[in-house]
Design a protein around this ligand. Structure first.
Ligand code: ADP
Ligand code: GLC
Length: 492
């Protein structure tokens, strides 16, 4: 099958969060199943043309955004896994310091135009490349107009007759909602400005367009699929429920060849479930790096995250103060919201021997934290899937999570009688408390035998893409079968 993956992030080229991990890994697994897969991304400034040996295709294309004809080039490279990755290069929209926002943290005011441009440019580029996908798989609101163009302006375009479109919701909190005039700017016709297609309470909402018009919709865990249909759809409940059985929840996986403490070159010492000594050395290395006392028996917590309210930083900051008299250390690596940064900075300044914060996007330090800590804090208010808890497990670091979304699907409370479970779970909705859960987990931490069993359970947890890729493949197969039926029906 010819599959085109379209997204605004993809590891290792550009990463803000887990979307990049998914778009960087899923294609490798689809390729292993024998599919012909290409990825298409914006060419952001920091994607280093030399490092990735980017080649430029010998044509220049144009698409209309509002009144301006935006010209662009297409660059490409082939990854080690022999996947072709294409980049849409337009200086005006993508040659900037940030991805979605400037260094001040504020979203770019023209994000609407940037991603209208991207969606149109993707569709023009594949025509120029003569690549006819059986499935275009779009991710998140930035790509949400692609299914909309296919069902409106392009519905009679023969180039796309055999093309179906799948859309994956990674986070329904970001929707891309703009005023009705966007219809004109994006080149749609007012006749398509209806509730079934483009209109959303007299606005255009890119996420809603995609949910309404993609041939299949999925999200990144079964529990989140249920939650967004029932109570946490942020206004999308009606449209999601209009196709209740067609909204799939497919759990993400992680790339175990990359997140592997046995081969990881960025950590102080390697280890695996057969020999955990290296993990102790990683902890000591991290304690030094944080300026903490080096002590094996101090209970050490980590967190590597976008600094966003979604991730429960109010809960984390309160916990730092509540737990200040316990033999614990905390290290947090994150970038994002300034208010959260300031609160974390205050906590670190007032407890320098216990709390270390790094405000950066830093891949190497992330690995050191996953490897060096005993436990991983993830009290997210909502979590579509969450990869950090899976990565922590891969390093034998025990997640402490709120029961929501993908965290519910991946973390099971450790039962010290049955020795089952891979972490600690509390439930904010039932008034359960993070600090109390941390204290309960400390009892297990102090019981070395139980903690060892728990670490082994974590290391034995398996969230590989092997299983989930088959679910995506089935989704694509169903789409192409439907398309075939549709074609036979329409043409006969
Ligand atoms: P989300 O996508 O909501 O941010 P996930 O848990 O799905 O959350 O994925 C987060 C990914 O981003 C993980 O791979 C995590 O290690 C990485 N990450 C987040 N913040 C940073 C950071 N400041 N430095 C390095 N990696 C980070
Ligand atoms: C989003 C979600 C996160 C998920 C990631 C990858 O950023 O917040 O929960 O793991 O996408 O799907």
């Amino acid at each position: 099958m010819n599959i085109l993956m379209v997204a605004s992030e993809c590891f290792p080229f550009v990463k803000v969060g887990g979307l990049a991990d998914v778009v960087g890994t899923l294609p490798k697994y689809l390729k292993k199943l024998g599919h012909n897969i290409k990825i298409i991304l914006p060419k952001y400034r920091h994607i280093d043309g030399k490092k990735y040996n980017l080649q430029t295709l010998p044509f220049r294309l144009n698409v209309q955004v509002g009144k301006s004809a935006e010209s662009f080039r297409v660059k490409y490279c082939t990854t080690e896994d022999r996947i072709e990755v294409y980049f849409i290069e337009n200086m005006h929209f993508f040659n900037r310091d940030g991805i979605y926002s400037s260094s001040t943290g504020l979203d770019y005011v023209d994000n609407k135009e940037r991603y209208i441009f991207f969606c149109r440019a993707v569709l023009e580029s594949i025509k120029a490349l003569m690549f006819r996908p059986d499935v275009i798989h779009c991710h998140d609101w930035q790509t949400g107009l692609i299914p909309a163009y296919l069902k409106t302006n392009l519905k009679n375009d023969g180039f796309f007759w055999n093309t179906s479109c799948a859309f994956t919701i990674h986070n329904i909190a970001y929707q891309g909602q703009f005023s009705a005039e966007t219809v004109v700017e994006a080149g749609f016709s007012w006749s398509d400005f209806t509730p079934e297609k483009l209109e959303y309470y007299n606005n255009i909402n890119f996420m809603k367009c995609a949910i309404a018009m993609a041939d299949a919709v999925s999200t990144v865990s079964p529990t989140y699929a249920k939650e967004i249909k029932e109570f946490n759809g942020r206004g999308m409940e009606v449209v999601l429920n209009s196709r209740y059985d067609e909204v799939y929840g497919i759990l993400n996986g992680i790339d175990y060849s990359y997140w592997d403490p046995f081969t990881d070159k960025t950590i102080a010492a390697n280890y695996d479930k057969n020999n955990l000594n290296g993990k102790k050395l990683c902890k000591r290395d991290l304690q030094k790096l944080c300026g903490f006392k080096v002590n094996d028996s101090t209970y050490m917590f980590g967190c590597v995250s976008r600094l966003d309210n979604q991730k429960g930083f109010d809960i984390i900051v309160d916990a730092l103060y509540s737990l200040k008299n316990y033999d614990m250390q905390f290290v947090i690596l994150g970038s994002g919201d300034d208010t959260i940064k300031n609160r974390l900075k205050e906590a670190a300044l007032s407890m320098p021997k216990k709390v270390a914060v790094f405000f950066d996007y830093n891949e190497k330090l992330a690995h050191k934290i996953y490897a060096g800590c005993d436990s991983y804090m993830m009290p997210s208010k909502f979590e579509p899937c969450g990869l950090s808890q899976m990565i922590a497990l891969a390093y034998g670091t025990i997640p402490i999570v709120n029961r929501t979304g993908g965290l519910s699907d991946t973390i099971v409370y450790y039962n010290h009688f049955t020795k089952e479970g891979n972490g600690f779970v509390f439930n904010i909705t039932y008034g359960e408390n993070f600090v109390q859960t941390v204290l309960k987990s400390q009892k297990i931490f102090n019981d070395k035998q139980n903690w060892h069993t728990l670490m082994l359970n974590a290391l034995n947890s398996n969230f590989s893409w092997d299983r989930s890729v088959l679910k995506y493949e089935k989704m694509y197969n169903d789409l192409t079968i439907n398309k075939l039926k549709e074609t036979i029906f329409v043409r006969s």
